[in-house]
Design a protein around this ligand. Sequence first.
Ligand code: ARG
Ligand code: GLU
Length: 699
Amino acid sequence: MRHLFLSVILSAAFLTASVTALADEGMWLPSLISQRISDMQDKGFKLSAEDIYSINQASLKDAVVLFGRGCTGEIISSEGLLLTNHHCGYGQIQKHSSLEHDYLKDGFWAMDRSEELPNDGLTVSFLERMDDVTSAVLDGYSAGMSEAARDSIVRSNSARLIKNATADGNGLRATVESLYYGNSYYIFIYREFSDVRLVGAPPSSIGKFGGDTDNWMWPRHTGDFSIFRIYADKDNNPAPYSEDNVPYRPKRYFKISLSGVGEGDFTFVYGFPGRTQEYIMSEGVRYVSEVSDPHKIALRTKRLDIQRKYMESDRAVRIQYASKNAGVANAWKKWQGEMKGINRLGTVQAKRAYEKRFSGWAESAGYGDVLWKLDSLYKAAEPYSFIQDYYMETAYTVELARFARSVMSLNSKGASEEEFDAAADAFYKDYYMPIDKECFVAVMDAFDRNVPEDFQPAYFRDMMSEYGSAAVWADALFAESMFTDRCNRMRFTDSSAVADDPAVVFSMEFSRWYSRDIYPELSRIGREITLLNREYMKGQMEFEPEKAFYPDANLTLRVAYGQVAGYSPSDGIYYEPYSTIDGIMEKDNPEIYDYNIPQKLRELYASEDFGKWTEDGRVPVCFIATNHTSGGNSGSPVINADGNLVGINFDRVWEGTMSDIAFDPAYCRNISLDIRYVLFIIDRLAGAAHLIEEMEFAD
Ligand code: ARG
Ligand code: GLU
């Protein structure tokens, strides 16, 4: 009786949550935005669906790019100038940095085009169009076929569609992606440019101001931007890097608005969110918040402590590990917020209550089996998912082993001496053995303790009993491997010595174990889960026919819209939605690395040399809003009601990071950099006004 009462209350809570969630929750497909446009317009947007996405004329989508394979960028001039986040360009800035030219520390500004720096391997992709290809992808499939048969039909039909769509060459690239868990398929056709040059980046003391202490937090004062330029051949087509290339002339670029946005104003984020799981069942959420997140956090805490210890005592090591450390720390902190948010919201219980209501309806609708089957599959998958997660955060993170493995592949493909040199240069530039070795000991100890013994690789058991401990094993492995020292470079081409190297053996043994003992079972269960998730998704859509369902994110272009709004992170505290340069000065502290701003910024502040980049006499720095964003939305344009650029998205607030699984309008806020702070830094701090002259202003 009590139990029933409880679930009624919970389901009522979930009901109201999902109704209010409709306010700003959602990452919508641009090609279907006509279904949302009246809601957008009700909330203040002044343009049309065709202005957002069109295949007949230039539209805003032509000014948005996928930057690399995990960030977003926007075009802000007729000569291919591109804005993204500092943390998105971080890898490139870091690669160009050394003790002599420390662009991480000092920033980098190309004063003319000849100084812009090429970036091997970096691409940007423009979405040409997206189309529903569900029936073509499922051509030949009929209900009752096995999942494996369905997979292979989907794969071969997709390959054919991709081939046709990219036949013209010219930088065309296409992918076919499943939406709504395979209930529909879309083709995304991109034009990809590979000559993308670094134009400018502020010093990290601005671009990463607040470091990992402020990361995922509000109030925020990080100037998280960097500037690149896309180059094309003389005919404006994609081409590999060449001195003869010229700045790309885009179909469309953003105009910049200097009027800012205030509390309650409409904003819209246009970009490439990477991954959300809004529709999975309670068991899936429980695994994330109660098993996977806590374990991954504990493992990363150990590695971060080790990295930090060495980085704090040696400036060269700080540069070497800056990018790696930021990557490890970022997800580590996000997972903590996510766990907390899921617990606060009671997502597992709310989903269980929803599932109960769904089940009541499902019997008659033909979905009666779906949930209990899914539930038992999740339980069956759990030991394997856990070991996979554990492997990825332990043995797989050993830098030496990963490099050893890549040298072995260079050998087997018969790479040239130059290729070996290039791989060695890239690895040793940023390798510091004591960190890697200490991390090895920490993660292997944890593996020993937390992976059930009968699941551990025989090789691992052998090594642990041979050496007695992970520490003694590490002494031997790091002493014997040739890969700890670049001096052994000449031996890298000796394929039998490479094959016998203990770092190669380590990597090979673990990956053989994973692909023999873990992966097959996990993917077998995974296939059944996929099938049932497809059913469950379809069922959920039929169960609530009046609700608009957006597809989970999958690094395809989406529209998120909402409004500028503060929030209350906990009892007794209310956060304003804006931060200003005053807050930078409050945090400024020469004693603390992450809060030690450039002297020049102190001087600009003291003399109030703010240029025209102010509101009420202060330079605005960041703002928050209710747009539903995710990892991958970094660098996305934040657009006002008139379609002009007012900011750059770069983060979410910590209390709202569970929005990848459950969106709570009370807590979920995206964090944007105010475009006026960007312009202030370019103009007053960098003295790079020539870049501002390229831009166009709306007001
Ligand atoms: N949290 C933001 C994102 O997920 C910014 C990350 C920058 N990295 C960092 N470790 N501070 O990308
Ligand atoms: N900083 C994140 C990124 O790299 C965006 C923040 C988020 O996850 O919302 O994509």
